[in-house]
Design a protein around this ligand. Structure first.
Ligand SMILES: Cc1cc2nc3c(=O)[nH]c(=O)nc-3n(C[C@H](O)[C@H](O)[C@H](O)COP(=O)(O)OP(=O)(O)OC[C@H]3O[C@@H](n4cnc5c(N)ncnc54)[C@H](O)[C@@H]3O)c2cc1C
Length: 555
């Protein structure tokens, strides 16, 4: 399939595309596939050297998905989901990256992706109605539509710690891991950060390092993954029911994960029955622990029952009572920060070569040439692993100088926190779409479910625009204001805002505290988006500029 370049109002000389997409992770790849299928001329720009996004960058030891692979995978091609074999319940990073590469080959995506190319800026030209997009190589191209598939967890956060630059050993960030395996054998290693990446990497690094010191500011809740190889029978059983499983994940599940829906609250059961249910989920493992009851995210007393169960488990596993106490989360409801899924994380602290340091009580004062100093004590290390997370949801968008109507920058507009309509568009920035942006379920869900929903909606929207001869689509301010208020109202009816989480921007000094993702659930959210589209894109201003259009031709 190919298309004539759009002739609509593009600046002379610059390469003209119907759509420019930024990012070649799962979102950008599927976006390219869909739009190309509509006969559009599309260019994807990716700052990394290949496809895969998250799975291209996060190569740290122990990296794997925490949504089960049979579900953390594309559903748009039945042949693909029927033919691809996941080896484990939670595939490790190399396998997920292999899957991304397979998808790129299978759908011949690479010819339309420019790798090793960062997008630095994009400006909306009101006269032509096009976006002028500038690359890190100094080129400018134009596009009718500009799609940010830049990822919610793609802007690795470097901590601002005195002396970090003076450290003589190697420093690694989990979100920017080298492509060659790193061997910690015989080294004293320090891991700073105990979020998901820290929790996944600590048990593996502990097996190699002569000594591992884990610097913990916030203890996090983690549920055992119970990872295991998938048998052919298990895969087949899943595949036979894929239609229903995917439908449920899209339309009924709150978080895009197929699981039984709880019909009771935690306080509806007595102590024994509750414990039996928690034990069953703990033994089963994984994120669905939070689906035991229907009010764990809403009612603090209900939440406490689950939180106390996990704290008790930590105390059972970790032999040293003081270390166990430090590992027990005490400053947020369970689930109000993204719950972690681990393989032997807590048991790792029983190893003689692992030390836990509480940097909430004793913040890191300084990094020296060969040590980390906290609470006046020096912990000698030969290598440092920064598992310090990301400037989530808005970080990668903010690094692009995006200028909409009247030259307004998106960064200025979002200075007090991101504002979008449906998480898809922001008023004043016509024809600019964001995939899994703030204001959509995004990071609260199985992200591939949310990515596919956004990509499908955006593709359908662009097809609608072209079919009707429209050129410009823009979120109306009023619709945006109402959506932002709704997102907040839903968030503040839950326990989520009680945590200082990256959902709130709380891990980035100076970032406004706004609850960014939409908690309403992927099913209801999809319904809202569909209704908006069915009503002729209600809440969006649509205009035609009466400019000449290119005609798509199939070859
Ligand atoms: C370690 C880890 C484990 C995870 N596990 C799960 C899981 O189990 N389940 C789940 O649902 N989610 C998980 N996630 C979230 C994960 O990010 C999403 O599932 C998904 O991979 C996001 O895909 P994406 O294409 O939207 O973004 P990404 O995969 O982040 O891709 C975005 C791409 O855009 C590129 N980019 C950004 N800015 C620019 C620019 N200016 N110019 C050019 N290129 C740019 C980046 O280099 C990146 O390659 C995990 C995240 C991490 C970090």
């Amino acid at each position: 399939m190919s298309a004539l370049p759009s002739m609509s109002g593009h600046a002379a000389g610059a390469e003209a595309y119907d759509v420019v997409v930024v990012g070649a992770g799962f979102a950008g790849m599927y976006m390219l596939h869909r739009l190309r299928g509509q006969g559009l001329k599309v260019r994807v720009y990716e700052q990394g050297g290949d496809v895969g996004g998250t799975w291209y960058w996060n190569r740290y030891p122990g990296a794997r998905c925490d949504v089960e692979s049979m579900q953390y995978s594309y559903s748009f091609s039945d042949e693909l989901q029927q033919q691809w074999d996941w080896s484990e319940r939670y595939a490790p990073q190399p396998e997920i990256l292999g899957y991304a590469n397979h998808v790129a080959d299978r759908f011949n995506l690479r010819p339309d992706i420019a790798f090793d190319t960062r997008i630095d800026g994009a400006a909306f030209d009101e006269a032509t109605g096009c976006w002028a997009v500038t690359t890190s190589h100094g080129n400018t191209v134009t596009a009718d539509y500009f799609v940010l598939a830049t990822g919610c967890l793609s802007n690795a956060r470097m901590p601002d710690i005195r002396g970090l630059g003076d450290f003589k050993g190697k420093v690694y960030h989990t979100g920017h891991w080298p492509h060659q395996p790193v061997d910690f054998t015989g080294l004293r290693v320090g891991v700073i950060g105990t979020g998901s990446s820290g929790i996944q990497s600590v048990p593996v690094i502990a097996e190699q390092a002569s000594h591992l010191t884990v610097f913990q500011r916030t203890a996090n809740f983690s549920i055992p993954a119970r990872n295991a190889a998938l048998t052919a029978e298990e895969r087949e059983a899943f595949r036979a029911r894929y239609g229903e499983i995917r439908r449920f994940a899209r339309e009924e599940a709150r978080n895009g994960i197929y699981t039984e829906m709880p019909d009771r609250g935690a306080l509806d059961d007595g102590d024994n029955e509750r414990r039996t249910k928690y034990e069953a989920r703990w033994s089963h493992g994984g994120l669905t622990f939070m689906s035991v009851y229907n009010n764990l995210a809403l009612d603090k007393a209900a939440n406490d029952t689950a939180a106390n169960f996990v704290r008790d488990k930590i105390a059972d596993i970790v032999r040293d009572p003081q270390t166990a106490r430090l590992l027990q989360p005490d400053n947020h409801p369970i689930g109000s920060k993204r719950i972690c899924v681990d393989s032997d994380y807590f048991a790792t602290f029983n190893r003689p070569n692992v030390t836990l340091v509480d940097i909430r009580a004793n913040p890191i004062e300084e990094i020296l040439a060969n040590a980390v100093r906290s609470g006046g004590k020096e912990y000698e290390v030969d290598a440092l692993v920064l598992a310090t997370g990301f400037d989530a949801m808005t970080g990668s968008v903010a690094r692009i100088d995006i200028r909409g109507r009247n030259g307004q920058t998106l960064n200025r507009k979002w200075a007090e926190g991101p504002r979008t309509y449906l998480g898809l568009m922001s008023a004043g920035f016509p024809n600019l779409f964001i995939i899994t942006g703030p204001g959509s379920p995004s990071v609260l869900s199985n992200m591939i479910v949310s990515i596919e929903q956004h990509v499908d909606w955006i593709s359908d929207c662009i097809a609608y625009m072209r079919d009707h001869g429209f050129d410009s689509l823009e979120a109306e301010k009023d619709a945006e204001d109402k959506w932002v208020a709704h997102v907040n109202e839903v968030a503040f009816s839950t326990l989520y805002p009680q945590a200082n989480s990256w959902y709130m921007g709380a891990n980035i000094p100076g970032k406004p505290r706004i609850f960014m993702p939409y908690i309403g659930g992927v099913g209801p959210y999809r319904q809202i988006c569909n209704e908006v589209a069915a009503k002729g894109y209600e809440g969006f201003a649509i205009t035609a500029m009466a400019r000449p259009r290119a005609v798509a031709v199939a070859s």
